[in-house]
Design a protein. Sequence first.
Length: 363
Amino acid sequence: MRTTVLRPRVRTAALAASVALMLGLAAAPAADAASAHRPETATLDQLAHKTGRYFGAAVDNPELADTDFAKILGSEFGQTTPGNGMKWYATEPQRGVFDFTAGDEIVKFAQSNGMKVRGHTLLWHNQLPSWLTSGTWTADELRSILKNHITHVVKHYKGKVFAWDVANEIMNEDGTYRENIFYKTIGPSYIADALRWARAADPRVKLYLNDYNVEAIGPKSDAYYKLIKQLKAEGAPIDGFGMQAHLALQYGFPDRLQENIQRFADLGVDVAITELDIRMLLPSDAAKLAEQADWYGRVTDACLTVKRCVGITVWGYTDRHSWIPSVFPGEGAALPWDENLAHKPAYDAIHDALAKAAAAKKD
Ligand code: XIL
């Protein structure tokens, strides 16, 4: 897609040099030609694209009004995820009344900038509309509400999103099912049903389960491993596993991340890093930013090493617009660009990891 941008620029520089030579002029300064080849001129997504992956960033609707922000979002990244715009409270604010305004705005931005969109999310225990959470439902009623929601939303975005987080955060830390409204009312069968309804509404979109604290090998990721294996055995349509990767320096780097990504890939599903950010206790300092950069590089490397790790999405890209400070008081500085939209060491670490993998691919 946007890797092509690189080639014409390289050719233009070469062409300019040869035209200058033909005209008997001094050749274009070597620095000019070299700068066209310099890896820093490639965006994160251009590099990722060379490896067959995307590099994306989530966005929340109000942020699109920040024009400096939107410019970088539209140029540096090849994929986006609506931070809130496709959640249940936004898409079905009243029972049976659908509102796609917020999601459509992000799809439109993505389309006009050549970006892919991940749909997020069809069901979750958070950010549900109050008509749903305050109602009392029989299993049959809730099943039909869920089916109707999934069917409408997936049909609306058919051909516009390449993947859906069908079910978000459905496991507890100890690997038991989270007792969300769907589990409590319907039981665990809601998961396979949700996948089947989504598949019926769009036969081509990739269907994911998505969660946090599943980057390491442990009880929670083990539970997903078992579930995905079981869903596959039952013939339920499961295409991918999303690791949110909301990491924090103070909790340590996730144990055996690459091995964990690989074992899901080996089950025959795609894996995506879907909501990457790496927060720290504030204030930030050079040592923490260096450690953060190292982690960003390691997460990128881990994905690049596994063939079926299809892409990485950061949850916002700048500390100017990040969900962290409001949800984790005293923490922040989690993203690769700072508040002034300047690159942090984390940006360079991601860029280096991608550039290395891109260079290892044949042009
Ligand atoms: C967050 C949004 O970024 C915030 O704006 C909102 O207030 C709360 O939700 N895991 C998820 C995302 O799957 O949907 C969450 O997004 C972050 C944690």
